[in-house]
Design a protein around this ligand. Structure first.
Ligand SMILES: Cc1cc2nc3c(=O)[nH]c(=O)nc-3n(C[C@H](O)[C@H](O)[C@H](O)COP(=O)(O)OP(=O)(O)OC[C@H]3O[C@@H](n4cnc5c(N)ncnc54)[C@H](O)[C@@H]3O)c2cc1C
Length: 463
């Protein structure tokens, strides 16, 4: 792999600057990253911001070995822009453009290739990690660190550079939207496609779905193709999620397919009025992006507008419910029944996932961990990620985290768990049992013995 000398030198200088930055921070205040964008939904201030400038570039793409060397803070928007011209993509591309490679590896990204390729960390060949001790360690020499990164949320160290595998693409994606009235039937279809990797006799490269109501579920299967009879565009007046209800089939460029959800942040731009035809026409196209909407939501949280509107309407307040949870596919109907009954948010995103099975070969060969102790999944099971991002009203007397906690309890009973990018209320014992607490303790003692970085439970639950 040839890495441009300048890129390599700039990267080394950036790494040195981050190491100096860490050394200069007060030893008694837990360190947090200071970066331009975030997709976390824990709007808590952070002391001791560590600047990570200069680590947001793709260093090189090797089209023969099908790998890329990437700065840890590189957004997927930039990463995809660097790989698509080579006819390649990262194996899993999270839907929001400003999610970074490092963030998706430590905070668990997912997308419609996850039924085949698992989660983004499963295609990391190796990484350089700045640990709490101030050293930069290669996971080649420390495979336990690579295994512990997923779901560590920057509490063991910061990934400064990662080598990842890439997969070949074709220029277009043909979509089929298949409706199921019954949740049992969509769960069965997901289970079948996840293992056969085909639907109605045709190959499936991408698989996800949307629930619009208790009797309206869609499975969307995508197949990469070389030609397209027509192309749709959902970055203008058209809205992708609505098209799922309106048409059986569709064609998008691979680029537009990968970013199909970002323009409207799935459907969350609706709450900001952006889907109203008049507002949409006036809203500049460059601001139809998930990071712009997230900044508006952060502002709302700061000024408390939604809370006051709900209180004026007679509710005790609203509870933000921003979660991605994983349930075994055969428990999906049961989970959805509970969800419609008690939470009532719609639409809901569905994304099947299985731990990756294919062996690495060639340049990508390494000691890839076979288990990921901080986010364990049964390798023989298909799970479905259920994503819901909205508010629910609180009744008088209900705790401010009433619904979120209820979801955690229901998941526990179904052998499921959830991502930790948003509100979590797990008691310590439950948390440790779900997220590899014993292994985490060993890794923390090895890679951050003085506790320079926050502890995972403190960072994700108690704040
Ligand atoms: C509404 C919503 C919907 C979402 N939907 C999806 C989805 O559909 N698909 C999906 O893949 N993901 C989704 N996510 C989750 C998202 O992938 C994770 O929150 C991810 O961690 C965000 O990455 P980021 O780069 O924005 O990191 P940040 O938000 O900046 O940071 C996330 C955490 O990772 C740590 N971190 C960041 N970079 C590094 C690094 N290089 N090394 C070590 N630690 C680091 C930070 O300290 C922080 O704790 C969603 C999140 C939200 C809020």
């Amino acid at each position: 792999m040839s890495v441009a000398v300048d890129a390599e030198t700039e990267h080394r200088q950036a790494v040195d600057a981050v190491r100096r930055g860490l050394a200069a921070l007060p030893a008694d205040a837990p360190v947090r990253l200071r970066k331009k964008t975030s997709n976390l939904f824990r709007f808590r201030g952070g002391a001791g911001g560590l600047a990570v400038d200069g680590l947001d570039h793709v260093l090189s793409v090797d089209p023969v070995a099908r790998t890329a060397d990437v700065g840890g803070m590189t957004t997927y928007e930039d990463l995809v822009a660097a790989t698509l011209p080579h006819g390649l993509m990262p194996l899993v591309v999270p839907q929001l453009k400003t999610i970074t490679l490092g963030g998706a590896v430590v905070g668990l990204g997912i997308e419609s290739s996850s039924f085949r390729d698992g989660l983004p960390h499963e295609s990391v060949v190796e990484a350089d990690v700045l640990t709490g001790t101030g050293e930069v360690l290669s996971t080649r020499e420390h495979p336990d660190l690579l295994a512990g990164l997923p779901n560590s949320y920057g509490t063991l160290g910061y990934a400064l550079r990662l080598r990842i595998e890439l997969a070949p693409v074709r220029p277009f994606v043909r979509l089929r939207h298949v409706r199921f009235d019954d949740a049992d039937d969509v769960a069965k279809a997901f289970a079948e496609v996840s293992t056969s990797r085909s639907w109605a006799g045709e190959r499936v490269d991408f698989l996800d779905g949307v629930v619009f109501g208790a009797d309206e579920h869609y499975m969307t299967v995508g197949e990469m193709v070389d030609t397209a009879p027509y192309l749709s565009d959902y970055t203008g007046q058209g809205i992708y999620y609505r098209s799922i209800q309106q048409r059986d089939g569709d064609y998008l460029t691979i680029h537009d397919y990968l970013w199909r959800w970002d323009t409207d942040w799935f459907w969350c731009s609706r709450a900001l009025g952006v889907q109203h035809p008049v507002v949409r026409r006036l809203w500049p196209a460059r601001y139809r992006r998930s990071d712009v909407y997230r900044r508006l939501v952060a502002l709302d949280r700061r000024v408390g507008l939604s809370q006051s509107v709900a209180r004026r309407g007679g509710a005790a307040g609203v509870e933000p419910i921003i979660q991605d949870v994983e349930v075994p596919v055969d428990r999906l109907p049961e989970f959805l029944a509970f969800f419609h009954d008690e939470i009532g948010i719609s639409p809901v995103w569905l994304c099947p996932l299985r731990q990756r099975r294919t062996e690495r070969s060639g340049a990508a060969q390494t000691q890839r961990p076979s288990t990921w102790p901080l986010y364990p999944l049964d390798p023989d099971l298909t799970y479905v990620n259920v994503g819901f991002w909205s508010d629910a009203e609180l009744a008088p007397g209900q705790a401010p985290d009433h619904h979120n906690r209820r979801i955690e309890q229901v998941l526990l009973g179904m052998g499921g768990h959830k991502s930790l990018y948003s509100t979590s209320s797990y008691p310590r014992e439950e948390f440790d049992a779900l997220y590899g607490g014993a292994t985490y303790g060993e890794l923390k003692a090895r890679y951050d013995p003085d506790g320079r970085l926050p502890d995972l439970y403190t960072k994700t639950v108690t704040g």
